[in-house]
Design a protein around this ligand. Structure first.
Ligand code: C5P
Length: 220
């Protein structure tokens, strides 16, 4: 049986860094589902798709997202840093509330996670994508801590951003993601919650690895 590790939580909770390290330490695959919502968000915004439209299916027909060795390809072209901007994050969050977008990406994600050892991170992994995951983690941290992390991350990448704007964007995205009707950001009843506000990345990774060894003892 495969060992599937679901890591969910709000923007800046440390999901991406932690999930990547856990996958690396265990030597298994890693899936960043937020990247997929960013890809679709950018695609739809470039096409001028109205988020309130009853159907977005036509816009998604010509979009082929592939995932190979931890990298995404859109219609054969590798995806780069363009999906990491704050705007791409906002588009992702806006279009992620649309049922057609969720159906489109959930189907691909379920397929990627099928019968394979994987760490998948996002907002609805433990509730929708892998509801029967062997290990479910829900990471939390205060909005200020999360905004500070995102701020330093963006500055390091050369973006000229203000802390206050990053904090506002984080709070806005939290609201979009928690209040939407379909697959909102929420903790699965059987998920283990970890508050990362005062923990180092290594401490969080160690806690998760310990849980994985308990639940998937025959593999690791
Ligand atoms: O994780 P990241 O911040 O890159 O995700 C960008 C956006 O994609 C989130 O704010 C959320 O709206 C959406 N998302 C989602 N479900 C997921 C992953 C991301 O709705 N599983």
């Amino acid at each position: 049986m495969a060992c599937r590790i679901a890591i969910d939580g709000p923007a800046g909770s440390g999901k991406t860094t932690v999930a990547r390290l856990v996958a690396q330490r265990l030597g298994i695959s890693y899936l960043d589902t937020g990247a997929m919502y960013r890809i679709v968000g950018l695609h739809l915004s470039r096409k001028g798709a109205n988020v309130k439209s009853s159907s977005l299916k036509d816009y998604l027909k010509d979009l082929r997202i592939e995932y190979t060795d931890g990298n995404f390809y859109v219609n054969g072209t590798p995806v780069g840093e363009e999906i990491r901007t704050p705007e791409a994050g906002m588009y992702a969050s806006l279009y992620a509330a649309h049922p057609d977008v969720r159906e489109f990406l959930t189907r691909i994600q379920k397929e990627i996670c099928k019968e394979r050892n994987i760490v998948a991170e996002g907002r609805d992994i433990g509730t929708v994508v892998i509801p029967d995951a062997e290990v479910k983690i829900f990471l939390v941290a205060s909005p200020e801590v999360r905004a500070k992390r995102r701020y330093f991350e963006l500055i390091a990448k050369g973006y000229k951003v203000q802390y206050e704007d990053v904090l506002r964007e984080i709070i806005e995205r939290d609201q979009n993601d928690s209040k939407r009707d379909i697959a909102p950001l929420s903790k699965a009843v059987d998920a283990v919650e970890i508050d990362t506000s005062d923990l180092s990345i290594e401490e969080v990774v160690d806690m998760i690895i310990k849980l994985v060894r308990e639940r998937c003892w025959e593999k690791f």
